[in-house]
Design a protein around this ligand. Sequence first.
Ligand SMILES: NC(=O)c1ccc[n+]([C@@H]2O[C@H](COP(=O)([O-])OP(=O)(O)OC[C@H]3O[C@@H](n4cnc5c(N)ncnc54)[C@H](O)[C@@H]3O)[C@@H](O)[C@H]2O)c1
Ligand SMILES: [Zn+2]
Length: 362
Amino acid sequence: MSDAVFHQVLSFESGNSTDLFVGQGACAKLRSYVEPYSKAGIFLLFDESLPELLVRHVSQALPSCSQISISSGEEVKTLESLKEVSLKLLEFGCKRSSLIVVLGGGAATDFGGLVASLFMRGVDCLYVPTTLLAAVDASLGGKTGVNLGGVKNILGTFSHPRCVCIDTTLFESLPSRVFHAGVAEIIKHGLLADSSYFEQIEKEVPLSPTSESLRDVILRSIEIKSEIVLEDERESGKRKLLNLGHTFGHAVEAYSHTTDNPLLHGEAVAIGCVFAAYLSHLEGYLAKEDVNRIETCFSEQNLPSRFSPAKHRKDELLALLRQDKKSTADGVRWVLLAQLGEAVFDREVSQEVLAKALQYIS
Ligand SMILES: NC(=O)c1ccc[n+]([C@@H]2O[C@H](COP(=O)([O-])OP(=O)(O)OC[C@H]3O[C@@H](n4cnc5c(N)ncnc54)[C@H](O)[C@@H]3O)[C@@H](O)[C@H]2O)c1
Ligand SMILES: [Zn+2]
């Protein structure tokens, strides 16, 4: 793997900017970056299930900081955790001019980003993503959030971190299932914006934390996501493209959490992308061979591509689809593939076509 640490500043229309460090050993860049916050205090929020060694490695790269452990994974994305962690920050003396460092996967960055954007109306925040999914997707673009009433990310803000530090060595302790869930978002980026990137991922089977190309793959995904976000920070148009696979994916994810086999977010996105690809085929865009190719690509990256709800619970899944945040008064709008590497958004799909696609995916 290339050992150079890549640095770039992403500037958004809102006037915010994010410093990005990516590469093996990127954590070594942290100390000088966060030093100016030392006086006002640095607060490290970390996922309590992370390996101790990993937390020590990152905290040693920071000047002295207060450490606050947070619940692991999706469990932290609740209003209760928001209150609990905010009270701890208050107790430990966090100020407006302090820095909150969030160490963990996408759940931790969604949660920590929300805490930072609300605490004293906004404290600077730095993410150190520890999953591939958080690196290529969750830590960029400024969306933060917690879940409520069984609906994902229903309370949140748009708030960019000041810095994202992606140290690829941190992925080495990831369970393979969690690592590959991140590859789903990478394939999604290829599908919606760049067919040659999709072809590259088709050949890298399976990607692993020690793959030679990992840093450059992460950089290409970040480039695709940030180019779209730079044009449409608030998701009034083009940013909706990034929701490819997420309409069906979110419904399947929520449904799976009511069963004994909960899916990881990225796994649900893989199924959602295959569903969207098949819808695109039924709507006359994609050839069936392309749908097969997409399905094979997910399978070869150890990701699921099919999902069968229990027969008597199909209606529950359809009801979850209607709860999608991106649905309008007229119904759910879909992101479809015009072709490999090009997506279109805000498409309506008839109930008959949806039923056919549901049949296919099961
Ligand atoms: N804000 C956004 O734009 C955006 C985009 C995509 C996803 N998300 C959100 O991201 C979340 C999913 O994130 P995720 O897939 O990173 O999962 P996660 O944060 O839930 O982490 C998955 C599991 O891996 C463990 N883990 C994390 N890093 C580890 C490491 N290095 N070694 C060992 N174990 C480790 C965690 O403790 C957890 O149990 C969802 O809540 C989703 O909604 C947000
Ligand atoms: Zn996602």
